[in-house]
Design a protein around this ligand. Structure first.
Ligand SMILES: [Zn+2]
Length: 119
């Protein structure tokens, strides 16, 4: 399991090949729902420390590693930009070039991504 932090307090969970949004805290831990919510009922409930899956609701589709790699790259780029490690075009180049073609197609166009990174 892997947690991606998109913004302050905005988390996404990667579990097997699926990506989830945090939905809410529940009595036994945290409930996460599939990013394709509305089309899919997939969900997981983890403990508060996000170490164990306590409940799992099945998906109506296959997992998508390309989507996960894209999300991970976007998070890394945003965090790198926030910490001013590098200029946006270098952050973009370093993180997008290693992705597969499929993942790269899911990344926003370079100009709009760079605009996001400058914020
Ligand atoms: Zn799903």
């Amino acid at each position: 399991m892997e947690v991606l932090t998109t913004k302050i307090n905005k988390k996404k969970l990667v579990h097997i090949d699926y990506l989830y949004y945090k939905q809410k805290n529940v009595k036994i831990g945290i409930r996460w729902v599939c990013v394709h919510k509305g089309l899919c009922d997939g969900s997981v409930t983890t403990d508060d420390g996000i170490n164990f899956v306590l409940k799992f609701g099945d998906h109506h589709h296959k997992g998508n590693t390309d989507l996960i790699n894209t999300e991970r790259a976007k998070c890394i780029m945003k965090n790198a930009a926030k910490q001013n490690y590098d200029i946006p075009s270098r952050i973009f180049a370093l993180n997008v070039i290693p992705l597969s073609n499929e993942s790269r197609q899911l990344i926003p166009k370079e100009d709009s991504m760079k605009r996001t990174l400058r914020r």
